[in-house]
Design a binder for this molecule. Structure first.
Ligand code: ATP
Length: 353
């Protein structure tokens, strides 16, 4: 079977790690008999330089024609002074909107081998941690009506429709079914009307998933529980604003930004997959970038867009084996011996057999 992938190398370390993703996927293709056909798409700073636009329409169209989008990283100092509408990040927002992606999925995993990078005590982390956080992307206070003058009075309208909550709740329950069968829905229902709608809707959807356990938690408590007892969580689902904050908190407790992938999904199989880290211009071109977040993003793509669970697990298992063998890029080496981007992906490739 042929899968069409729109590949966005982007800026900074993006092209370097994106190249490693292609190598890994090509190996998976050989091993399992799939063809991955890549179309290179310009987005972010590189597109601003070429076309004066972070996401020209024909580039977005190329993504729409694909089965999945694999994004490395966009942005950098060079483009920081441009007006907000012309910045590389605007290209990302347009991509999400243009592809109808409404949920961001971020696993927060602590690998046993990288326990030292985790700032939490051993007795809190136990034998490891594996949380999946779903953040709603299209609604909430970020997209509500704005008012005021930014000096004497301002307002941002927090709002949700039931259908927006329902579709992400379903995704959360479906995801939990494939994991620990537990969903924690995070809101502020003791204060906010929007949160009461959120809670009522999630509870209603839960009736269709009797095999999945649901609990509700206020966001202030969730922020605390993430550092106090993170092992209680399996799948966490929350709105755009709370999710923005909690996903960053969860990433921090894993202690390794170069390791974490993410997926943005909508109501079709066409998803966008990217590392959570940025373009790391400080190390671009030095061969120091950790390619693992990018490679694990490929695994998420295989799982969620192509339903290739075995192939996804093969990549995840290979990464774990390489970490177990002691290989480290500089960001996870804690000052010890480190290897390059290419060497790390060579080791992962060698595990794929
Ligand atoms: P953004 O606003 O796009 O997130 P940023 O500069 O705040 O950009 P990153 O680009 O993620 O954030 O970089 C933060 C730090 O983490 C930098 O020092 C960078 O070198 C490091 N870093 C990020 N990704 C990786 C990676 N894959 N491998 C090694 N180091 C990385």
């Amino acid at each position: 079977m042929e899968y069409k992938i729109a590949r966005i190398p982007g800026d900074g370390i993006g092209p370097e790690i994106s190249e490693e993703a292609v190598r890994i996927l090509s190996r998976i293709g050989e091993l399992y008999g799939h063809t991955f056909a890549f179309t290179e798409v310009d987005a972010g700073g590189v597109a601003i330089d070429k076309y004066g636009d972070p996401l020209p329409e024909e580039q977005l169209e190329a993504c729409r024609r694909s089965d999945a989008v694999l994004l490395a990283a966009v942005g950098g100092e060079k483009w920081d002074d441009l007006p907000v509408d012309k910045r590389p990040e605007k290209g990302l927002l347009r991509l999400r909107g243009g592809l109808g992606l409404f949920a961001n999925l971020r696993p927060a995993i602590i690998y046993d081998e990288l326990r030292d990078a985790c700032p939490l005590k051993d007795e809190i982390v136990g034998t490891g941690l594996d949380i999946l956080i779903l953040r709603e992307l299209t609604g909430d206070v970020y997209f509500g009506e704005r008012g005021g003058d930014d000096i004497t009075y301002s307002s941002d309208l927090m709002n949700y429709h039931d259908y927006e909550v329902e579709r992400i709740a379903r995704l959360a329950f479906e995801s939990a079914r494939k994991r620990g069968k537990k969903v924690t829905s995070v809101d502020k229902a003791n204060v906010l009307a929007t949160s009461r709608l959120w809670r009522n809707t999630v509870s209603r959807v839960a009736k269709d998933y009797p095999d999945v356990e649901l609990n509700h938690m206020y966001v202030d408590n969730a922020a605390m529980q993430l550092v106090r007892n993170p092992r209680q969580f399996d799948v966490v689902v929350t709105g755009n604003l709370f999710g923005d904050i909690l996903t960053d908190e969860a990433s921090m407790i894993t202690g390794s930004i170069g390791m974490l992938p993410s997926a943005s999904l909508g109501s079709t199989k066409l998803g966008m997959y990217e590392p959570i880290h940025g373009s790391a211009p400080d190390i671009a071109g030095t061969g120091k970038a950790n390619p693992i977040a990018m490679i694990l993003s490929c695994a998420m793509m295989l799982r969620y867009s192509f339903d290739l669970e075995e192939e996804a697990q093969a990549i995840e298992t290979a990464v774990k084996a390489v970490l177990k063998g002691g290989a480290r890029t500089a960001d996870i080496a804690a000052g010890g011996k480190s290897i390059s981007t290419r060497e790390m992906s060579d080791l992962i490739l060698a595990e794929l057999k």
